[in-house]
Design a protein around this ligand. Structure first.
Ligand code: MG
Length: 246
């Protein structure tokens, strides 16, 4: 949506604050030995404790409050009895609904002693986001953001997932426009002041191709190499965007 009034801005900020708190709670909780379902419980308690609703629960039949994706799972991992181990990387993607507004963000967390390659992968996802938002301002187009993310990612030797994209956000979790992490500058929907977007590079240590498991959700890299995800809800302005979930 394009927010215009103060109360719409406040609504988006408040929902994003819940997501931020839930991500922080997940980060504090994650350690070797916990299950992805326990991570989900911590997230759900945090969201509900703030009077919000976990948007993922029941969305298209998704069973849990958030997505927890380990190692080569890119996104949409279903929380389970899987135990996270020392050296794993765990992506947590959270959307919360508060007073009619949605906030959406994701981080990849390192569990214990993680390889230097995986730490660099996690950092690159964040840096790719930052490269993208450097172009996310009114008057530019979605493709300016997309191409900046792709350029950064590929320049550093990583793959950009094509099958999933960022998106508009507002009163619904997913709204127009799509915000791909690849594409051409000067193309796509024009960015406008007040436009709310979830910008979310999903990058891979190897090839960018992915497949969906038979559960209909879990997205894995085709080559089995690890992936990282970094997402924030932002509001477009005439200058640097307002990043709501950091
Ligand atoms: Mg998300």
């Amino acid at each position: 949506m394009i927010v215009k009034t103060e109360s719409e801005y406040a609504g988006m900020r408040a929902a994003s604050k819940v997501v931020k708190a839930a991500l922080a709670a997940a980060e504090r909780f994650i350690r070797p030995g916990v299950t992805t379902l326990e991570i989900d419980s911590v997230v759900e308690e945090t969201i509900r404790g703030m009077g919000a609703i976990p948007s993922s629960k029941g969305f298209g039949g998704f069973p849990n409050a958030c997505c927890v994706s380990v190692n080569d799972v890119v996104v949409h991992g279903i929380p389970s009895l899987r135990v996270v181990k020392d050296g794993d990387i765990v992506s947590v993607d959270i959307t919360a609904l508060l007073n009619g507004y949605q906030g959406d963000a994701a981080r990849t967390f390192a569990v214990g002693n993680v390889s230097a390659q995986d730490l660099a992968l996690i950092d690159a996802a964040k840096a790719a986001f930052e490269a993208g938002i450097g172009h996310a301002k009114a008057g530019n187009r979605v493709g300016d953001v997309s191409s900046a993310i792709q350029l950064y990612t590929e320049l550093h030797g990583y793959g950009v997932v094509r099958a999933l994209t960022g998106h508009g956000i507002g009163k619904k979790m997913h709204e127009a426009p799509e915000v791909p992490n690849f594409g051409r500058a000067h193309t796509g929907a024009p960015l406008k002041v007040g436009m709310c977007l979830a910008i979310e590079p999903m990058i891979t240590a190897g090839d960018w191709r992915v497949y969906i498991e038979r559960d209909g959700w879990t997205v894995r890299t085709a080559d089995g190499k690890n992936a990282a995800h970094y997402e924030n809800t932002v509001i477009i302005t005439d200058g640097a965007p307002e990043i709501l979930t950091v």
